[in-house]
Design a protein around this ligand. Structure first.
Ligand SMILES: C[S@@+](CC[C@H](N)C(=O)[O-])C[C@H]1O[C@@H](n2cnc3c(N)ncnc32)[C@H](O)[C@@H]1O
Length: 513
């Protein structure tokens, strides 16, 4: 490993994923709830992903905001090649992917930024590289600009660090990383199965080993086999940001901003009266034994009055990326369980599952109309905490079916390029300004439905799936052609009956007459 890479693995490409919390509307919603002004999304803006991997988040967001510019930085040529291929296939002209180390970026590479994101970066690089990437983002952020960071946290990593250090030391650095991951996993599995004292003392780690076995080995390679691994206390993160002029705006995990959902009842009193958000964050990490933090930081001062707070929160728009039938009515937040049964949740859920609506305009929804503006904000955020109600960049129109379907180029490119490589394919919800995932079979069927219509979709999807992926195997059994056609027909019916209105409403596909 060379110092040029900051100790980061360079022989295995990372997995390709979309992160909803990187979407500008999600970052804005977090900032507004924390009392900071959101960035305008109705004109040009600039967004950059530091350590963008295969660039999936940048690509999908670029498809949603044609007037904005999206940048991705990553030093692995394989990642940048994938990102550029996706951009080309998606017909995008508003993305720039830069194949450079963070420390090598020049002022001309990226313009002033409204949004910067870095997920899975800060924990896995050495200190000079960490300083370089943070300096770069902090300098480029415009006044009022937002930075998202996602990194390993303490105390959740306390018992995991020795485990990872041990497996890291089992094989020399010269061994290929996937092989190191295999050797490491085999050894800790042996220790776990033998129920050695380390696992008896930290029983939760047994679950970690089981999870690692299920995960994509590329994930383990990037998580465990970088030379450096650092899990941060909140206070350390805050120092890194404050010395660069950035303030904590809130957790990107919505429910963690809500005391009643994030801490057990026995501690409500203490937490509700806590005036320092920094103290709250630090203490909550111990309550939840947090292993990963997703935070939003801002180069701005908070608003001062409750009136201003309401003014910035009322325009926030919420909607769903799932049809009503699939939305969870009861959600567990660690120690706390919340039910979304009854009013105002039923009315809100029903309305938002048809179209994205701003909090200001929720007074038009029957069942919500009598609520005060402040109560509407609380209700919307409480629902967003559950994860199925999400921040939209624009209000959407309820779906109208048409004679013909079309699909944005970005989604056609995603399905063609990644449809058979990923179990779930992320697709841009271009009206909502974010993305959703469909199982790959459904994504391939959707494209077939667009191109061939209902009568030809199954045959076309069958051809794509079998010619490119070979036989279809479910539960270890190879499906015959007749069984595959039956399966595809059933899934097409479900796609049409359950999903299609949602996909039209949020702009994954369009219906035309
Ligand atoms: C764990 S991956 C996370 C990728 C992506 N952000 C995600 O969460 O899916 C970290 C990424 O940072 C990139 N990276 C690490 N050190 C870097 C450096 N010094 N300069 C540029 N990219 C770097 C890696 O190539 C990798 O794609």
């Amino acid at each position: 490993m060379t110092t040029q890479t900051g100790g980061y693995v360079t022989d295995v490409a990372y997995v390709a994923e979309f992160y909803g919390d990187h979407a500008p509307a999600h970052l804005n919603m977090t900032a507004a709830a924390g009392g900071y002004r959101p960035r305008p999304l109705d004109g040009p803006f600039a967004w950059c992903d530091y350590g963008c991997g295969n660039g999936v988040s940048a690509i999908l967001l670029a498809g949603c905001f044609p007037d904005a510019k999206f940048y991705g930085v990553d030093f692995l040529p394989e990642h940048i090649r994938t990102a550029e291929t996706l951009a080309l296939r998606g017909g995008l002209n508003n993305t720039t992917f830069i194949c450079k180390g963070f420390a090598d970026l020049t002022p001309a590479d990226i313009p002033a930024l409204d949004f910067a994101v870095m997920h899975g970066v800060l924990s896995w690089i050495d200190e000079p590289t960490r300083n370089a990437v943070l300096d770069d983002a902090a300098k480029r952020l415009k006044p009022g600009g937002l930075l998202y960071t996602g990194c390993n946290a303490m105390p959740g990593w306390a018992a995991k660090v020795p485990l990872r250090n041990m497996i890291y030391s089992l094989s020399p650095d010269s061994t290929a990383t996937l092989e190191r991951a295999r050797i490491g996993l085999a050894w800790i599995k042996k220790l776990k199965d033998a129920q050695v004292k380390y696992f008896r003392d930290y029983p939760a780690l047994a679950e970690l080993v089981d999870n690692l076995e299920r995960l994509d080995p590329r994930y383990m390679a990037h998580e465990y086999f970088n030379q450096h691994l650092r899990a941060f206390y909140f206070a350390e993160l805050r120092m890194l940001m404050e010395t660069r002029g950035l303030k904590f705006a809130g957790s990107a995990t919505v429910f963690l901003n809500m005391v009643d959902l994030a801490v057990p009842q026995a501690l409500y009193e203490e937490f509700r009266t806590m005036t320092s958000r920094n103290e709250l964050e630090a203490k909550r990490d111990f309550i939840r034994n947090e292993t990963f933090r997703r935070d939003v930081w801002i180069k701005a001062e908070p608003v001062k009055t409750e009136e201003e707070w309401l003014t910035i929160n009322l325009p926030q728009i919420f909607g769903t990326l799932k049809p009503l039938a699939l939305i969870e009515k009861s959600v567990a937040f660690g120690d706390v369980q919340l039910s979304y049964e009854g009013e105002p949740f039923d009315a809100l859920m029903g309305a938002l599952s048809r179209q994205g609506v701003s909090i200001a305009n929720m007074d038009q929804i029957k069942g919500i109309d009598a609520l005060s503006a402040l109560t509407r904000v609380d209700a919307a955020r409480l629902m967003a905490a559950g994860g199925d109600i999400v921040a939209f960049a624009r209000e959407t129109q309820a779906a109208k079916r048409g004679k013909k379907l079309s699909i944005p180029a970005v989604n056609r490119g995603m399905i063609k390029e990644l449809g058979l490589k990923l179990p779930k394919v992320p697709l841009a919800a271009v009206h909502a300004g974010t993305a959703l995932e469909l199982p790959n079979i459904d994504a391939v069927l959707l494209l077939a439905l667009v191109d061939k219509g209902p009568a030809g979709a199954v045959e076309s999807a069958h051809k794509t799936l079998t010619s490119e992926a070979g036989d279809i195997i479910i539960g270890g059994k190879t499906l015959s052609k007749a069984d595959t056609v039956t399966l595809l027909t059933q899934r097409l019916n479900t796609l049409d009956a359950v999903w299609l209105d949602k996909l039209i409403e949020v702009g994954v596909v369009s219906a035309e007459n």
